[in-house]
Design a protein around this ligand. Structure first.
Ligand code: NAD
Length: 334
């Protein structure tokens, strides 16, 4: 089976090629993302393998169908970048990697919190320049703080347990509360209460039409002065323009994001010798209390191995007429 792998970075090739040794798919790698401009590459392929910032809207999917592509194999968990109804209408199956390492993402959320709080990134630079002063580096004890977790699925669950381990009070909001977490001491509350009481708020829910701009002006108004906000889920959960206003006023004391609303045009690219045209991210970068990583929360050896084996396993199952890890718009709706 011939598979067009889009948005392929050297590390994607490394892990997919290693996994393909026993499977012998014909993998063709394209560095470009899948968009309306690049969909023409798929003339000879039965499947496309895509990642978080490939753009599979109705027009792209119609072109895939014209080219006889039968399968969209996502090498990620989120599927907000795929028009699932269009895929169904064109009889193209969509499969994904529902979990590759929830630990990787939960631990990265913790890394953002620890760095923002204890400012180790600033200490590193200072000490290298012979500056051993502590001015401006003061943090707070995590022990005893209240952490609000929005979404307690695979990642949110692990993150909640990590925060309980630090001696934090953990509040959670999820339409489907998790009994094991309740037993462990997590308190499920309404979003309003979570916003009001939390010192740190971490977003661990998917981006859907319901959660788009979940963090808007109204939500921010309810939060504590100086709250720390962490987002490792999807950029569209936050209204970034409103966020800049809240940072300027000091309403948000710390912001840690691994995802960004307009990341499609900039993340996973080296733009260090170019003029970045995205004014919003440049404004965010200018705040000393903002830490941005470029969608790297998933990026561990364990996760990359799991992504490669599940992706090629999904494709192998499809060849046998089985739909493993399928994302189906009708089943989601019901
Ligand atoms: P999951 O499906 O296991 O859990 C999602 C949870 O969110 C579920 O419990 C669900 O009930 C809950 N939820 C749904 N709608 C909600 C709402 N309106 N408010 C609160 N909770 C809601 O997913 P997961 O594996 O834990 O991943 C969570 C998200 O993390 C993914 O959707 C993806 O966008 C993101 N993610 C990011 C990276 C990264 O590298 N930054 C990697 C993997 C996943």
């Amino acid at each position: 089976m011939r598979i067009a792998v889009y948005s392929a970075k050297p590390y994607d090739r490394e892990f997919l090629d290693a996994e393909n040794k026993n499977r012998n798919f014909e993998l063709s790698y394209f560095e470009d993302p899948l968009t309306i401009e690049t969909v023409s590459y798929t003339g000879d392929f039965e499947a496309v393998c895509v990642f978080v910032n490939d753009h599979l809207d109705r027009d792209v999917i119609a072109k895939l169908a014209e080219n006889n592509v039968k399968l969209i194999a996502l090498r990620c968990a989120g599927f907000n970048n795929v028009d699932l109804a269009a895929a169904r209408d064109h009889a193209i199956k969509v499969v994904r990697v529902p979990a590759y390492s929830p630990y990787a993402v939960a631990e990265h959320a913790l890394a953002l919190i620890m760095t923002l709080n204890r400012k180790t990134h600033r200490s590193f630079n200072r000490v290298r320049e012979g500056n051993f002063s502590l001015n401006g580096l003061i943090g707070f004890d995590l022990n005893g703080k209240t952490v609000g977790v929005i979404g307690t699925g695979k990642i949110g669950q692990i993150f909640s347990k990590i925060m309980l381990g630090f001696g934090c009070t953990v509040l959670a909001y999820d339409p489907y509360p998790n009994k094991e977490l309740i037993q462990a001491g997590v308190d499920y509350v309404s979003l309003d209460i979570l916003y009001k009481r939390s010192d740190i708020i971490s977003l661990q829910c998917p981006l859907t039409p319901d959660t788009h701009h979940l963090i808007n002006q109204k939500a921010l108004d309810q939060m504590k002065e100086g709250v720390m906000l962490i987002n490792t889920s999807r950029g569209g959960l936050i209204d970034t323009k409103v966020l800049v206003g809240a940072l300027k006023k000091g309403k948000i004391g710390h912001l840690g994001i691994d995802v960004y609303e307009q990341e499609e045009a900039i993340f996973f690219k080296d733009l260090s010798d170019q003029i970045v045209q995205d004014d919003l991210i440049m404004r965010l970068i200018s705040f000393p209390n903002v830490l941005i990583t470029a969608h790297q929360a998933f990026f561990t050896n364990t996760a990359m191995q799991n992504i490669a084996s599940t992706t090629l396993g999904n494709i192998e199952a499809f060849q046998k007429g089985q739909f493993v890890n399928e994302v189906n718009v009708d089943r989601l709706a019901s």
